[in-house]
Design a protein around this ligand. Structure first.
Ligand code: C2E
Ligand code: MG
Ligand code: MG
Ligand code: MG
Length: 285
């Protein structure tokens, strides 16, 4: 008990303390309560059109602050939710709230950004998911185009998941490959994937401007995606130099701490303001 309170004061969850099976079970129990009571919250991060600074999309990121465990990051609790059978309920809550918040944001700002929602492979194995998603969109007065589902590469190889994604896409919902470049798709499979967008993983953006590289690899990936006529989003843009490099390519969209950190959706403007590096660099007028 004292230990748990000590962690709570730390406010950030320490994975090393929860490696054991007993601790995993406690974590799953606490998460079950959090899901049941609606204690999982969302933060939002804009996906920005790099040349105009316009908010093109808004990604919902799940957050869990437990009174005893502290703030548990999604990299820890999403796998727990998957193992404990909680991901379906959690995923539905995230989708409903993300769409509701987006609808309010559009109403308030007049912006037309889409909602980007992360989905677990397990959610795509559920063949009731497409109908659920369509109902949520209708209830919020949104079009299928206003939703982009973000999925990671590996699962796209599963036949059942591909069928679910196909159903969603036939309705007009768009699909993005998240963390692109870190999975194991062969180039040939990539050509056949039922997707509209790729999000290039931060691992390819971070080296730009460091000793590690000059962005040649990043440009090669962008070239590949362009050949496949996919919309490209770069993740994890942290420096003005990385932004400049991307703006010189055919990557049209980006996301990262330089542009905006995850936070409340009310903090997201329709267009990032003039003082940001986005428009300072734009000497076109
Ligand atoms: P992701 O979908 O690839 O989300 C991007 C992650 O990078 C987020 O971490 C975001 O806060 C972080 N990020 C954004 N810009 C930067 C940057 O410039 N630098 C750095 N270092 N990081 C940046 P977060 O929120 O911790 O989420 C981690 C992962 O958890 C997500 O990766 C996603 O795979 C998963 N996740 C989050 N929410 C959900 C959810 O509702 N459902 C599911 N299934 N997975 C989720
Ligand atoms: Mg994502
Ligand atoms: Mg990602
Ligand atoms: Mg990621």
């Amino acid at each position: 008990q004292a230990k748990a309170r000590g962690r709570g004061r730390h406010a950030v969850y320490e994975p090393s303390m929860h490696e054991g099976a007993v601790e995993q079970f406690r974590l799953a129990e606490a998460l079950q309560l959090a899901v049941a009571t609606g204690a999982i919250t969302l933060e939002f991060q804009p996906i920005v059109e790099l040349h105009s600074g316009a908010t093109a999309g808004i990604e919902a990121l799940a957050r869990w602050h437990d009174p005893e465990l502290g703030t548990v990051p999604p990299s820890i609790f999403i796998p727990v939710a998957e193992q404990a059978g909680l991901i379906h309920e959690l995923g539905r809550q995230v989708l409903v709230r993300a769409c509701a918040e987006l609808a309010q944001w559009r109403e308030r700002t007049g912006g037309d950004a889409y909602a980007a929602v992360n989905v677990s492979p397990l959610q795509l194995e559920d063949d009731t998911f497409p109908d659920f998603a369509m109902t949520v969109l209708r209830d919020q007065g949104l079009e299928p185009r206003d939703l982009v589902l973000e999925v990671t590469e590996g699962l796209l190889l599963e036949e059942r998941s591909r069928t679910t994604l196909g159903a969603l896409r036939s309705h007009g919902v768009r699909v993005a490959i998240d963390d692109f470049g870190t999975g194991y798709s062969s180039l040939n499979r990539l050509r056949q994937l039922p997707v509209d967008m790729i999000k290039i993983d931060q691992a390819f953006v971070s080296p730009v401007g460091s000793d590690e590289g000059d962005g040649a690899f990043l440009r090669a990936i962008i070239g590949l995606a362009q050949t496949l006529h996919l919309t490209i989003v770069a993740e994890g843009i942290e420096t003005p130099h990385q932004l400049d490099e991307l703006k010189a390519t055919s990557c049209s969209f980006g996301q990262g701490y330089l542009l905006a950190r995850p936070g409340p959706i009310t903090a997201i403007p329709v267009t990032l303001n003039r003082s940001s590096p986005l428009t300072v660099e734009d000497g076109s007028q």
